[in-house]
Ligand binder design. Structure first.
Ligand code: HEC
Ligand code: HEC
Ligand code: HEC
Ligand code: HEC
Length: 218
């Protein structure tokens, strides 16, 4: 019995540990108390506020609290694509409001308590800045089924309720939309901005390229 209790307590501890590890102290924890070595604030100890606000006057999704980038992006093109790619959708534009390097980290719609955060660096730079030229990045911003429909090497998406996903081998990745006819591929298909536990906010560790094989049937 004692042994069982130890195991149960151990499991509970592991689960709570895993949850508390997700965004807190990850590179997406820009609060002043974060242990991240990436960019962060020196005066604001809230962390959700750098991306969300409970009352947004933005037309974008996810109660987004950031100034949108005004960039027009150069998108991925290739003669072997089934259809032309598009401009990033709003889910990707949310990421790009930091990751194209044109919008200051502290450019918020609703600053906490009206205090503009001061930051250890002003904008994204280095490898984490994709810039406004996305032609060397995996294509995003297109309806998945338009491309999948004509390509035998892509797995079909499926819809359940309001969610559209692609699955293979126990891995499920989300598309952004409510039906297979409108769901698009975005940054969030591969990344979960709240989960830093698998490295680089990946939805699945890409060991044996299992992320790639979820959609690509090669
Ligand atoms: C670095 C930016 C960033 C930070 C910081 C952040 N989020 Fe998010 N959040 C996002 C993005 C991007 C999405 C959309 C994700 C998607 O489509 O899967 C999202 C989606 C959500 C959603 C709706 C979808 C879901 O996953 O349930 C909730 C709820 C949420 N965030 C809560 C929070 C809370 C609470 C915090 C603070 C503890 C937080 N977020 C911090 C970027 C962020
Ligand atoms: C509030 C600004 C902000 C937003 C919005 C944001 N990020 Fe980040 N992201 C950061 C910062 C800051 C870093 C760390 C940069 C550094 O190391 O200096 C980072 C790092 C990353 C990294 C590299 C992590 C690592 O471990 O090396 C990935 C991948 C990433 N972000 C993906 C995303 C995706 C995908 C989205 C949208 C779903 C997103 N981010 C939205 C601020 C943001
Ligand atoms: C098809 C899946 C996929 C999509 C879509 C995707 N990423 Fe990534 N991303 C990855 C993987 C996998 C890595 C890790 C690469 C590695 O290990 O070298 C990564 C790495 C990164 C990094 C770390 C720097 C680097 O170049 O390694 C950043 C920042 C990033 N992604 C942001 C984004 C943003 C922003 C978007 C949308 C504009 C996006 N990603 C779309 C799969 C994707
Ligand atoms: C969520 C689904 C999804 C995931 C995950 C994904 N891809 Fe893709 N990928 C696509 C779709 C859809 C296209 C567009 C295919 C087309 O139109 O021919 C594409 C296009 C590409 C292309 C360009 C093909 C061309 O004809 O120019 C390459 C290369 C590629 N993906 C590699 C990868 C790699 C490597 C990974 C893993 C890091 C990955 N993909 C993960 C869905 C995905």
């Amino acid at each position: 019995m004692k042994k069982l209790m130890v195991i149960v307590i151990g499991v509970v501890f592991c689960i709570s540990f895993t949850f508390s590890q997700s965004i807190r102290n990850s590179k997406h924890d820009l609060s002043s108390t974060s242990t991240t070595i990436g960019a962060k604030s020196t005066n604001v100890d809230e962390l959700c506020v750098f991306c969300h606000t409970p009352h947004s006057n933005q037309s974008t999704t996810m109660l987004w609290n950031r100034t949108a980038s005004s960039a027009t992006y150069t998108v991925y093109t290739s003669p072997s694509m089934e259809a032309a790619g598009g401009q990033p959708g709003s889910a990707s534009k949310n990421c790009l409001s930091c990751h194209d390097g044109t919008v200051a980290f502290n450019s918020l719609i609703n600053s906490p308590g009206g205090v503009t955060p001061t930051m250890t660096s002003a904008t994204m730079s280095g490898v984490n800045s994709l810039g406004t030229d996305l032609s060397n990045d995996h294509p995003i911003g297109f309806v998945y089924s338009t491309h999948q429909g004509t390509d035998p090497h892509l797995r079909a998406a499926s819809a359940s309720g309001n969610k559209v996903t692609v699955s293979n081998g126990g891995v499920t990745l989300p598309l952004v939309g409510t039906t297979t006819a409108n769901a698009t591929m975005e940054c969030t298909s591969c990344h979960d901005p709240h989960d830093g536990t698998k490295g680089q906010f990946k939805r699945v560790a890409n060991s044996a390229s299992q992320m790639c094989f979820t959609c690509h049937n090669k």
